[in-house]
Write a new protein. Structure first.
Length: 172
């Protein structure tokens, strides 16, 4: 009685295996490349820039509208917002999609403490401390990066340092 299964020669089996291997390599080549390790670091810088901008805006709102402190804080908020936009642009360029963030968005800073009283408005000193931390983190990151990204993050570090030292008088 003849076999119901067709005979497959060794040559045909090898050709089929080679075709599958080529197909596997081609499929792997079409996959998205793994994300750059710099992506998470730049996303953390983006989160800091957004948080600093909001903090400076909130602190400016607590000042008399025409005071020099309110104008300086508004300028800092605008600069940090520009930093966030530059980081977003670079992250989109790197990832090819929407800019990621390092952490889920935090709840609003207008939460009330357990006593029920509203939280006090942030002060210029709070902004200075945040900018010092941002400048330090950006300086450390710029040392690890290269090319355009190092320049971007280095300029952000310099701008943060100038903002808290010169604009807000925190260097004294």
């Amino acid at each position: 009685m003849p076999s119901a299964l067709p005979k497959i020669s060794r040559r045909r089996a090898l050709v089929s295996a080679a075709a599958l291997a080529v197909l596997g390599v081609a499929a792997a080549g079409c996959a998205d490349p793994p994300p750059s390790p710099d992506l998470a670091d730049l996303a953390a810088q983006l989160d800091r820039a957004r948080a600093d901008s909001k903090l400076a805006s909130d602190a400016a709102a607590a000042q008399p509208p025409q005071s020099s402190q309110a104008r300086a804080l508004t300028t800092v908020a605008s600069e940090r917002s520009a930093h966030a936009q530059a980081l977003t642009d670079e992250l989109v360029r790197m990832a090819g999609t929407k800019a990621p963030t390092a952490q889920p968005s935090a709840s609003s800073s207008t939460t009330t403490p357990p006593s029920g009283a509203p939280a006090p408005a942030p002060t210029a000193a709070d902004v200075i401390n945040a900018l010092k931390q941002s400048a330090q983190e950006a300086t450390t990151l710029a040392d690890r990066l290269s090319g355009y990204r190092a320049g971007l993050v280095g300029s952000i570090a310099a701008a943060c340092t100038a903002a808290y030292t010169v604009a807000l008088g925190g260097g004294q």
